[in-house]
Design a binder for this molecule. Structure first.
Ligand code: ZN
Length: 359
């Protein structure tokens, strides 16, 4: 996706309780509020348990280490992250953690850098019992130190709000996935001519790098990170994103489905491959297949994400029914049951991998 997260309400929720428990909690909260946010942690340990929901091959989770890691990466690299509601020593310590992350991440991307990919994978599988402060030994020392220092602050003032938003996103997506997920998985596998990823871990977070979602991995195991607070990922679009993102594990610019076909056809034509045409086709495929699945369930007016992309990341592209058009005089289009790369009057077949889309 191509929109950045915006700030969400960070006020902690206080649920009414009764009886002795209520009195005990009042005492705990009263004491905690007199101390720094670090001291309040002991009273709120239940909130750090990661939640997960299994739907077929998908495992959707809201995990505190992954959320903190993604937040620190984003704040270290981009300048529009909302500040945490802290001040004094906690603010200084938080800034130190962000600075440490800025040095650690450098110019690397969590989508392409092996160490960052392995680190996110390791954090995502950290068991609940290790959340008190231990983290996988494979996490690089500089990042581990920053995470350990930042977690008490994050847990005290922000995790509850992030986790609430993540769990809400999962609660919305779960029935959509349960109803249409496998049908869409099969449709994608058929369209791309290759099996959809077998196991898909989805970390639902408040931040997910530059575009609000990304995926690493391959056909056996895909690991997606999807931001719950990005409007374009919400509601019915969550179903499309749960198809689009894992598709990245089997569709790429130079491997898997689509990209190599485009490259081969472009070489045959003696032209440069149209910029990001492979990704435009990926967008179109998940949008169109999701639209069909929703239409079959009584949703006649689903707004396909790809329509917004033509005004942003894919400016110059357009799609009619069954056609993805690239700029520069070259276009990929569905002709009958085939996908072709077309320039002027010459046409080169680039494969039939999305021939079921738009026909
Ligand atoms: Zn994508």
């Amino acid at each position: 996706m191509f929109s950045r997260p915006s700030r969400i309400d960070s006020a902690p929720s206080r649920r009414p309780r009764s009886g002795i428990v209520s009195i005990a909690l009042i005492l705990v909260f009263a004491a905690a509020e007199a101390l720094s946010v670090r001291s309040a942690l002991a009273a709120r340990t239940t909130a750090v348990t990661p939640s997960f929901t299994q739907v077929g091959r998908y495992r959707l989770q809201s995990h505190p280490w992954v959320n903190l890691h993604q937040r620190l990466m984003y704040e270290a690299r981009f300048d529009d992250a909302a500040p945490l509601p802290v001040s004094g020593p906690d603010l200084e310590n938080w800034k130190r953690a962000v600075d440490a992350y800025r040095a650690f991440v450098g110019n690397r991307s969590p989508i392409f850098d092996r160490e960052l990919i392995a680190m996110n994978d390791a954090l995502a599988t950290t068991a609940a019992r290790d959340l008190a402060g231990k983290m996988p030994g494979s996490v690089p020392q500089a990042a581990a130190k920053a995470l350990a220092a930042a977690m008490p602050i994050y847990r005290a003032v922000q995790w509850e709000a992030d986790d609430r938003a993540n769990r809400f996103w999962i609660a919305v997506a779960e029935p959509l996935l349960a109803s249409a997920g496998e049908e869409l998985v099969e449709a994608h596998a058929k369209a791309y001519g290759t099996p959809f990823p077998k196991r898909i871990l989805v970390d639902v977070t408040s931040f997910a790098w530059e575009f609000g979602s990304y995926t690493v991995g391959g056909a056996e195991n895909a690991h997606a990170v999807i931001a719950s607070i990005v409007p374009g990922n919400q509601g019915f679009a969550s179903l499309e994103m749960l198809m689009h993102e894992p598709s990245h594990a089997i569709v790429d610019s130079d491997s898997g489905a689509i990209g190599p076909d485009i490259a081969r056809a472009a070489a045959e034509l003696g032209v440069d491959p149209p910029r990001a045409l492979w990704h435009a086709i990926l967008f179109y495929t998940s949008s169109e297949l999701t639209r069909r699945a929703l239409a079959a369930r009584g949703v006649p007016d689903y707004h396909m994400i790809v329509k917004d992309m033509y005004a942003r990341g894919f400016r110059g592209y357009g799609a009619g029914f069954g056609r993805v058009r690239a700029c520069g005089g070259v276009r990929g289009e569905h002709v009958g049951r085939e996908v072709r790369l077309v320039q002027d009057r010459s046409t080169t077949l680039i494969g039939d991998s999305i021939h079921q889309v738009g026909v």
